[in-house]
Design a binder for this molecule. Structure first.
Ligand code: MD3
Ligand code: FE
Length: 203
């Protein structure tokens, strides 16, 4: 379903087996070196969702090849299969060709984690962002391109859901105001929520 121009939500895009496989990959990526870390913002704040990056390391507000704000290790490679998954996601939703994905940001949310309203503007490409959700259901807040305030639309993202943000939605404000604890599918074996975004760096 189209939520806004260029923003398409596909519930249950990943079947349970592919959800388990993607979760297993995320667990491997989360291990050191260059594993899961707490993101510190220049203003002295900390993000409540912890993160691991593949391909390029995101730190507020730029990309690097090493974990400049963590253990300094080279960022883990971005696997070809994940790029193919991203291209298939765009083909299934927007139907347009797309450049090669070369960044994955994996965010781990526990019960109390949130993400404030923000825009993703550190990529030098306007290629669509592909988002995949695993585990607990969250409230996803999709705003407008002008302000971090209303109007916005709240919707739920569940385990297995795909969301693609292209065109005019690529620079829309968005956030995650809450996670519903204990709502992950029983068979997945995940406490909390995971979100994987695939991006094109343009670098
Ligand atoms: C709309 N992640 O990683 S996913 C992020 O659930 C981020 O972890 C949230 O916002 C999460 O930057 C939301 C949905 C999402 C991701 C990227 C977008 C929506 C987007 C980029 C542009 C527009
Ligand atoms: Fe974002």
């Amino acid at each position: 379903t189209q939520v806004a121009p260029g923003a398409v939500h596909v519930p249950d895009w990943l079947d349970p087996r592919h959800q388990r496989e993607l979760l297993e990959a995320c667990r491997t990526w989360a291990r050191p070196p260059a594993g899961l870390r707490t993101v510190r913002t220049p203003g002295g704040g900390t993000m409540t969702a912890r993160q691991v990056c593949l391909g390029w390391h995101w730190h507020p507000y730029a990309y690097a090849r090493t974990v400049v704000d963590g253990d300094g290790a080279p960022v883990k490679p971005f696997p070809a299969w994940l790029g193919e998954l991203g291209r298939r996601a765009v083909r299934d939703t927007l139907g347009e060709p797309v450049a090669d994905y070369d960044i994955a940001l994996v965010n781990f949310y526990d019960d109390d984690a949130r993400m404030g309203m923000h825009r993703d503007g550190d990529e030098k490409s306007d290629a669509p962002v592909v988002s995949l959700s695993l585990g607990d259901t969250c409230v996803f807040r999709f705003g407008n391109t002008e302000t971090r305030t209303r109007p916005w639309t709240d919707l739920e993202l569940r385990s297995g859901d795909l969301f693609v943000f292209g065109g005019p939605s690529r620079l829309a404000y968005h956030g995650v105001p809450r996670v519903h604890a204990g709502t992950a599918p029983a068979g997945l074996g995940l406490t909390g929520r995971l979100n994987i975004t695939l991006r094109v760096s343009g670098l």
